[in-house]
Design a protein around this ligand. Structure first.
Ligand code: AMO
Length: 429
């Protein structure tokens, strides 16, 4: 008999079905038991004679055949009256590390992460990653629809891209190499190589030695870079349009997940674009909040999002015109006002999810800037030299996948939207 997936039970014409999955819940009565069976598509109630129940334990993998019966009182109005059961994945535990049943007491996040292969069996935990998969799908679909090419660039690299933030070193034969902090140099290079507009979905590495609710040491970066633009507003227009496309896509593809996670995604109004300096002044005047030089701190991002929500009814805000001192050496300077760059961050519900901007595309100017930043331009010749051959004006941005997922789903900690997080204390499982 061919396996029926649980989601297809309502429309099946078969009277007898073969199901495979894990035992999610057991409720015993005197002569029979209700067992909830879970496969990757959903849950269904099995009715099993007590004599057949002896060996069954939670989370075993089983195969059952039985009759499909309508029962208005059962979840989804149907149940399976089981005729045969085979254990096909044995269990070896005394007690599960924690209950997988959503309504029971919750384990701590650390414990859930220690047993990721168990916590992901909870439908609500699994749902986060269904949504994340669709964020990636939307990103790819949206950009391919606009003529962008997907690229895959190396993650073992010879020098850093993002200035300030720390790098992991790796032994590379008899020399030292680094793990890429971002695909920045390569995505720019590919614009110049003739791709014009590119995107990449890949891992990025940051050796930041702190443990916070919003930092990982390895994360997935959704990067874009496009040539022949001359204004950072074109990039913000693109990201804003993508966000609306993403919300529509998730409402279509993740209806059940969004319902389960109690999340509503409403159309996004035009996202305000506010110079950083103005945001800092507003924070000072409205909340008495001082900001660090040329940036907002975590509290500032949260407060400013509250302000934007009240004033503009928007969960998103672009902060623009970051100072030269706070941006890497590839950022295009702006002279309105002097000392700023044509760059931006996108803040979503109190958290930066994107950085982007226009880049310096002139060889001489970039070389000068690298030197101004105190680096040796020869160390960057593999990058810099690509600007000698007709590099067009260009710019781009990057969205942190775990961060956008976290905020879309109102999660409290970035580890909840990371399949297997890497942080200062965790490198396993
Ligand atoms: P930036 O360094 O701001 O910019 O990173 C871009 C986005 O990546 C995410 N992100 C992180 N997510 C989790 N943990 C981290 N430690 C972490 N660091 C960054 C954030 C952030 O907004 N090359 C530029 C992008 C560009 O200009 O195209 C860059 O990497 O969501």
């Amino acid at each position: 008999m061919e396996r029926t997936m649980i989601q297809h039970l309502p429309e099946t014409k078969k009277q007898k079905v073969l199901l495979k999955g894990w035992i999610y819940k057991i409720k015993n009565f005197s002569n029979f038991s209700f067992v909830d069976l879970r496969d990757k598509t959903g849950l269904v109630q099995l009715v099993i004679d007590s004599k057949k129940m002896k060996e069954l334990k939670l989370e075993m993998a089983i195969e059952v055949t039985g009759k499909l019966e309508k029962n208005g009182k059962a979840p989804k109005g149907m149940e399976i009256h089981v005729e045969s059961i085979h254990i096909i994945g044995q269990v070896y535990y005394e007690l599960l590390p924690f209950s997988i049943n959503q309504s029971k007491v919750q384990a701590s996040l650390e414990k859930e992460l220690d047993y990721r292969y168990i916590s992901l069996r909870r439908p609500d935990r699994r749902a986060v990653f269904n949504v994340q998969e669709e964020v990636v799908e939307a990103f790819r679909g949206y950009l391919k629809g606009r003529g962008f090419s997907e690229i895959h660039t190396p993650k073992i690299i010879a020098s850093g891209t993002e200035g300030g933030s720390e790098m992991f070193t790796v032994n590379y034969f008899d020399t030292r190499a680094f793990l890429a902090q971002s695909p920045q140099f390569y995505k720019q290079m590919m614009v110049g190589a003739g791709f014009e507009s590119v995107f990449e979905i890949g891992h990025a590495y940051r050796a930041e030695p702190h443990s916070t609710y919003r930092h990982l040491n390895e994360y997935v970066s959704l990067d874009i870079e496009m040539g022949f633009i001359d204004d950072e507003n074109e990039l913000m227009d693109l990201e804003e349009d993508f966000i609306n496309y993403l919300f529509r896509h998730l409402n279509q593809t993740c209806t059940d997940e969004l319902k389960l996670l109690k999340v509503e995604l409403k159309e996004v109004n035009q996202i305000p674009r506010i110079p950083l300096k103005e945001a800092q002044e507003i924070l000072d005047n409205e909340y008495g909040k001082n900001s660090p030089m040329g940036n907002l701190d975590a509290e500032g991002e949260i407060l400013f999002s509250q302000y934007v929500k009240e004033k503009y009814n928007n969960d998103f805000v672009f902060l623009t015109k970051y100072p030269v001192s706070k941006r890497p050496m590839y950022a295009m300077p702006d002279n309105e006002p002097e000392g700023t760059t044509k760059s931006f961050d996108l803040i979503y519900k109190g958290l930066e999810i994107t950085t982007g901007g226009l880049r310096i595309h002139d060889y001489e100017r970039l070389k000068e800037n690298i030197i101004r930043f105190g680096a040796n331009s020869e160390d960057f010749s593999f990058y810099l030299d690509s600007f000698k051959y007709g590099m067009p004006p260009h710019g781009g941005f990057a969205i942190g996948l775990e961060r956008i997922t976290m905020k879309l789903l109102d999660l409290e900690n970035i580890r909840q939207s990371t399949l297997l997080p890497r942080d200062i204390r965790r490198i396993e499982p």
